[in-house]
Design a protein around this ligand. Structure first.
Ligand code: FAD
Ligand code: DLZ
Length: 515
């Protein structure tokens, strides 16, 4: 990362990417509104490197347009390129060149992109260019690449829990002097309640599209009509003020129950007590630390219990920072990992929701409608099914990168390749998140209305997760049998009578043949 002194008085071109929509972004903090020119561009290359969900594109384009207006009001000179600008070159580097042809600049400044792909493209461009590129460290994260490297160096195994404790100490969040608030670092064992009937479930605030958003929605419909996903109704916040209102709503209405029901799933309920803030945080409408401080305040003011506040803060200063560290430490190459050598194509129902498995249909259809599913749906339903069925992890990765409004490779890839598909062989997590239908039945009400029977283990009507679970373990025995956390499962299998084992494997074969 370069950090050249910019006191020359010469004009810089400040490139602001679609997920860097903050006045505090490093490239703007270093810039001078009276001298420098800001470039923001909607480009086909970024909108098309995977088939992004229509709502994701609409969210980013509208948030970009609103942010550009806000910067102009602050006095910045902003050059904003719309996707349908007839001269749009289609790439960010093309737009840099176009702008500097009209307005010569001494240097280009950008905050490090969140994806290796784009970082490399900008670096390649700079090598061939006659102006220098200053790529600044991304100060939106608590843990820099160097700090993560320092923490990871020399450790036999990387585990989020130990990383998280350091982040608690460094931020002081929920700390009582040197000790964690409440005497424990982690209250997760209190956070596994299945949802009961009759809970009152708050909805995230629905923001009505303004003129700018309506224009973007028409553009997305016209240009990306063949992409996955339902575009309207569109209710996402697209400005910082609206995102702050969503944070307030979460803190007041959902946070108190966030911990208890964090792992629960309910038919027809898309959000439960989740915050639905990830796409705002990842695009910088909200800052991770301000979100955590708001949640910490709710705890100290008696508005939320400790298991909720701690559980939430852990997701952000623990998991979110940890997966980013894993991503940058292991790129390039991380997204190609395939430890279990899985090769099956992604089943078509990941795009259509056309499956009799009620839990999968619910997760995919809400993904199609909202560009959102919560963590347990992503991990234990669509992720679990893909891993059990032996789907090629790269195809799974591309699906997740496309379909969620919060998906950028730095956060999506470790969650998919590492956490959900175990394709990194245990670099990120200690065991595969493999589960039979029993887990889904315990944590949800999907099974009650499903055409398959979760209590049936084999045969036509058995929940497909049941035979697939054993088939997965048997198929990958060489690679998994020494994992201490799977020892019990393998000894259960070994104690099973052979005809029963055959029934499982036969049922699994039939499920897989139908995919
Ligand atoms: P909440 O449940 O309210 O959690 C609060 C916040 O914690 C989130 O907004 C998010 O910022 C953070 N967070 C929670 N879990 C994680 C995690 N595992 N990694 C990073 N941050 C986390 N998250 C993304 O932001 N983008 C992705 O592309 C993405 N892909 C995922 C794919 C898979 C297979 C899995 C298992 C998880 C993925 N996650 C991803 C993490 C998590 O599922 C989402 O952050 C969360 O569902 C977003 O919804 P929410 O804002 O309501 O989160
Ligand atoms: C995701 C995305 C999309 C869909 N479109 C644009 C765009 O047109 N212009 C832009 O600057 N950024 C876009 N983005 C976000 C970038 O892809 C993102 O900055 C990189 O993936 C790095 O995280």
């Amino acid at each position: 990362m370069t950090s050249s002194d910019d006191q020359s008085g010469e004009r810089s071109l400040i490139l602001i990417l679609g997920d860097q929509l903050s006045r505090n972004i490093a490239a703007l903090k270093r810039a001078d509104p009276d001298r420098d020119i800001v470039l923001m561009a909607e480009v086909a290359e970024e909108a098309g490197y995977v088939q992004h969900h229509k709502k994701k594109i609409a969210f980013l384009f509208s948030a970009m347009r609103h942010f550009a207006e806000a910067l102009k009001e602050d006095g910045w000179q902003v050059h904003y390129v719309r996707l349908d600008d007839p001269d749009n070159s289609g790439s960010l580097t093309g737009e840099i060149d176009r702008l500097r042809a009209a307005h010569p600049v001494a240097r280009v400044v950008v905050t490090e992109p969140g994806e290796y792909r784009l970082k490399s493209a900008l670096q390649d461009w700079a090598e061939a260019s006659d102006v220098p590129l200053d790529m600044l460290q991304d100060s939106r994260f608590l843990c820099s690449h160097d700090r993560f490297g320092e923490w990871a160096e020399g450790r036999k195994q990387l585990r989020m829990e130990y990383f998280y404790r350091e982040m608690r100490r460094e931020t002081g969040l929920l700390m009582d002097g040197d000790e964690p608030e409440g005497g424990k670092w982690n209250f997760d064992h209190e956070n596994r309640k299945p949802a009961e009937d009759g809970l009152s479930l708050p909805e995230p605030p629905q923001t009505s599209p303004d003129e700018i958003t309506e224009e973007v929605l028409d553009l997305v419909e016209a240009q990306f009509g063949d992409h996955f996903g339902t575009l309207r109704p569109f209710w996402f916040a697209v400005t910082r003020e609206e995102a702050l209102a969503a944070l307030e709503r979460f803190a007041a209405e959902a946070l108190p129950n966030f911990g208890d029901y964090q792992d629960a799933m309910l038919e027809g309920e898309r959000f439960l007590y989740h915050s639905v803030l990830s796409h705002y945080i990842n695009a910088s409408l909200l800052e991770p630390l301000e979100v955590c401080r708001r949640v910490e305040r709710a705890y100290y003011e008696g508005d939320a219990p400790l298991n909720a506040a701690e559980g939430f803060i852990r997701q952000i200063i623990g998991w979110r920072e940890y997966v980013r560290g894993i991503y940058w430490r292991n790129m390039p190459g991380y997204t190609e990992q395939n430890f279990l050598e899985a090769t099956r194509p992604l089943p078509g129902f990941y795009w259509t929701a056309d499956t009799d498995m009620a839990c999968v249909a619910a997760a995919v259809s809400q993904t199609r409608d909202e560009a959102y599913a919560h963590h347990i749906q992503r991990l234990m339903v669509t992720g679990n099914f893909a891993m059990l069925a032996g789907v090629d992890p790269h195809q799974v990765h591309e699906w997740y990168l496309a379909v969620y409004a919060d998906a950028y490779e730095w956060v999506e890839a470790p969650n998919v390749i590492g956490m959900s598909q175990y394709a990194d062989g245990g670099l990120l997590g200690s065991k595969p998140y493999a589960a039979s239908g029993n887990y889904i039945n315990k944590m949800s009400d999907h099974c009650a209305g499903c055409r398959y029977s979760v209590t049936k283990k084999t045969g036509e009507d058995a929940c497909p997760f049941n035979p697939l679970y054993w088939d997965f373990l048997v198929r990958n025995r060489d690679k998994l049998c020494n994992n201490p956390r799977l020892k019990r499962a393998y000894s259960t299998w070994d104690r099973m009578p052979e005809p029963r084992q055959e029934e499982y494997l036969d049922s699994a074969r039939k499920v897989l043949d139908q995919l």
